[in-house]
Design a protein around this ligand. Sequence first.
Ligand code: FE2
Length: 327
Amino acid sequence: MICLGIESTAHTFGIGILKNSKVLADKRSVYKPKSGWGIIPNECAKHHKMVKNRLLESALNEAGIDINSVDVISYACGPGLPPCLLVGAELAYYLSKKYGKNLIKVHHGIAHIEIGRFLNDVSDPIILYLSGGHNCILTFVDDSYKILGETLDITCANAIDTLAREIGIKPPYGQNFDKYALRGKKFINLPYVVKGMDLSFSGILTAALKEFKRGVRKEDICYSMQEVCFSMITEVTERALAHTGKDEVLVVGGLGASKRLREMLSIMCKERGAKLFFTPPEYSRDNGVMIAITALLICKKCKTLPKIKEKILPKWRIDNVSICWVK
Ligand code: FE2
């Protein structure tokens, strides 16, 4: 079975082509805002419109196939920015209708999880979903991924990126923030905000910015920010393991690339006798392959295809997705 996946929820327009479990093509183009201050949805959608046909053609070329050989067209139906989601949805509807292919709508966050499961030998993990737009801790129960905890305001990656920009660190923010943090020597107190299983990062960001304005070194701010934020994430992950009795942790999403977070989680998992898994960085970022993988699972393992009427679901919650392919 050949499945084509389209990703367009935010900054990335991606097309992935999968033949059973083999990746045939993975093409992406990332929108970069002119001002450097976050995504402007309509500008981002313009970028997606501009690149979509070229990426489709080059993905088919890389896969060495004709569109007629594709069995299933899938796309990220949500959550995401409506103008961006629409570009992917319209391309998917067009291809499905023109070439008479099945159309599968995929939840973007579930796709991050499924590519993590696909690339790792996990059975029933606690899932840490740590991307720029989402922070939650989940596990599979009955027929869906249940949220055990989540951020109450901004995400950790968002707080780190904003702080990096404000204190004059150049992009890529995540990697350069890591470098500054490694050179930090003095720990400064920042608010540690864990409420039950939920997290909050906006107060830490405000406090860190205040410390910078007071003259604290960038290196010490980055170091302290990482220590506090990653300790909070590690704490709720440990509690999730303790509460559920599970013994695996799977980290999905871009923040999983941070060395210090990996170190903290691996110490905690080692002490508890749990196994720790990460999605490789090249597949942690948004891509079309993860959409195709999820659609393939739906096609192969579900008796009936999910019925979703809406073309896009910008606020689709991850725990509202009925999972028919995980036992
Ligand atoms: Fe994502």
